[in-house]
Design a protein around this ligand. Structure first.
Ligand code: SME
Length: 161
């Protein structure tokens, strides 16, 4: 397993996603522990893009519970349908929020967070098993490049579910 990320000398997110994907595959292949892999994936995304907060909420019983993350401390439990994460869980769709203050019910774990993207990962039964939440301290910081790049990460995670 590679112990350091090799990142291209560019600010192009597209190029960074392309470079990161195979490294995430290498990092997680052969490791069966989901939490260990989610921990490294959150660290790799934080290191690669400098996002404000990167982390996972896992479906446990009837709510979402905080999993591995990188960034400031965050709320631990989110009800289905609540906040951006709960909305993603309910709708089973990627949610891009350019302005968190304009999203009804947004859960503000930090006032520094200005925009976010949340993506679902599905288990083998087609149920949402977890969501990835990425927060930025800049408004309108996520677009289709992030959606596509992070969807590839979710497909990688789904192989572990
Ligand atoms: N903003 C999220 C809550 C999680 S924190 O941002 C880490 C939401 O509204 O679901």
């Amino acid at each position: 397993m590679a112990e350091t990320l090799l990142l291209p000398p560019t600010t192009s997110r597209q190029e960074i996603y392309v470079s990161l994907l195979p490294q995430l595959e290498a990092l997680t292949s052969g490791e069966p522990d989901l939490i260990a892999n989610l921990a490294n994936i959150s660290a790799a995304l934080k290191e690669s893009f400098g996002f404000f907060w990167v982390g996972f909420y896992l479906k446990k019983g009837q709510e979402l519970v905080l999993g591995p993350f990188q960034g400031p401390i965050a709320c631990t439990r989110i009800a289905f349908g609540q906040g951006v994460c709960g909305h993603c869980y309910r709708t089973r769709a990627v949610v891009i929020v350019p302005d968190v203050d304009a999203f009804p019910g947004h859960i503000a774990c930090s006032s520094a967070s200005k925009s976010e993207i949340v993506l679902p990962a599905f288990d083998k039964n087609g149920e949402v098993a977890l969501v990835l939440d990425v927060d930025s301290d800049r408004p309108d910081d996520f677009d289709e490049t992030d959606r596509d790049g992070l969807l590839s990460v979710m497909r990688l995670i789904e192989r572990m579910l």
